[in-house]
Design a protein around this ligand. Structure first.
Ligand code: PSU
Ligand code: MN
Length: 300
């Protein structure tokens, strides 16, 4: 028995060398987005990947089985109550037969790489948390981006993180960061962080050549594209929402893996749903770009 189960549709696509895009499940679970926005996000991401001509492969741990690609009938299972599974948690979620382990970016990259899926889309990656110089909280997403030969498409990193330090850490880890349609590091639901990126490549074929080179050299890269402007949250509005959300998380005594889900939920409330609308839009936009990139990579 193999440790990772690939769905028949994804297995066929891989065998025929067709384009495949992995999607994480944390964003679609109760840890990522409130209901019913999470259902809409899943439907829109899957449709965007398919519209680009690629096959979507949602990752999750279901009944103790690590999965890449789910049947349509299983999608409802990832919309509900989840236990967060980062890369370090995968063996425990499998060995202890967790009913639904929602895979984060790091766990999804590990699973995708293991079965030969080389493109992955998410909303915003995890990174260096504010105050990390004191408490040391740095997302496992960052080393996973460096280690696994998978290209991640995101709208930068989540805005409540320490974005300058997140970019520095990506550089330290040797992760190429390339902007598509932007010269600056996007800030998740906000168009830009104001931090200059080293590279911008808008042409999809050129982007695929760079991605191919990185995959050949071993390791992953980060392709960033901003939230569509019409759905973006104003930077000032977001910054004050983040201040209140982080304060509330501190007052609740939250730390470790619980921080990200709580802060996301607080921000959703603080912005009266504006952040959620932006999150759906950017997730869909990232899935579409990942689909185009996967198709171009296959054509090389
Ligand atoms: N971005 C979102 N929603 C999310 C996350 C990111 O738009 O739910 C999740 C991802 O699964 C990411 C995780 O890998 O948060 C990072 O958590 P932490 O900061 O604990 O590493
Ligand atoms: Mn953490």
């Amino acid at each position: 028995m193999s440790t990772v189960r690939v769905s028949p549709e994804v297995a066929d696509a891989l065998a025929d060398r067709r384009a495949v895009v992995a999607l994480e499940s944390t964003i679609f679970s109760n840890l990522g987005l409130p209901s019913p926005a999470n259902r809409e996000a899943l439907a829109r991401c899957i449709a965007a990947v398919r519209a680009a001509g690629a096959v979507p492969a949602v990752t999750a741990v279901l009944d103790g089985v690590a999965r890449v690609g789910l049947a349509e009938s299983e999608h409802d299972r990832i919309l509900g109550a989840a236990r967060k599974v980062a890369e370090r948690d995968l063996p425990v979620a499998i060995g202890e037969a967790w009913q639904f382990g929602a895979t984060t970016v790091s766990a999804s990259l590990a699973l995708a790489a293991r079965v030969g899926v080389h493109v992955f889309a998410t909303g915003g990656i995890g990174g260096v948390h504010r105050g990390a110089e004191v408490h040391g909280d740095v997302s496992a997403d960052l080393p996973a981006l460096a280690r696994h030969a998978v290209v991640t498409v995101s709208a930068g990193a989540k805005s409540f993180l320490d974005l300058p330090r997140t970019l520095e850490m990506l550089e330290t880890l040797g992760v190429p960061v390339v902007g598509v349609g932007c010269d600056e590091f996007p800030a998740f639901t906000v168009v830009s962080s104001g931090l200059r990126l080293g590279h911008r490549i808008d042409d999809r074929v050129a982007l695929a050549r760079v991605a191919h080179a990185r995959l050949q050299l071993g390791g992953g890269m980060l392709v960033c594209t901003p939230v569509p402007a019409a759905d973006a949250v104003d930077a000032t509005v977001m910054h004050s929402a983040i201040e209140r959300a982080l304060l509330s998380a501190t007052q609740q005594g939250v730390s470790g893996p619980a921080v990200t889900p709580i802060v996301l939920a607080e921000i959703a409330t603080e912005t009266g749903g504006e952040a959620v609308r932006a999150n759906l839009s950017l997730a869909e936009n990232n899935a579409a770009l990942a689909g185009e990139l996967a198709v171009q990579l296959r054509n090389l």
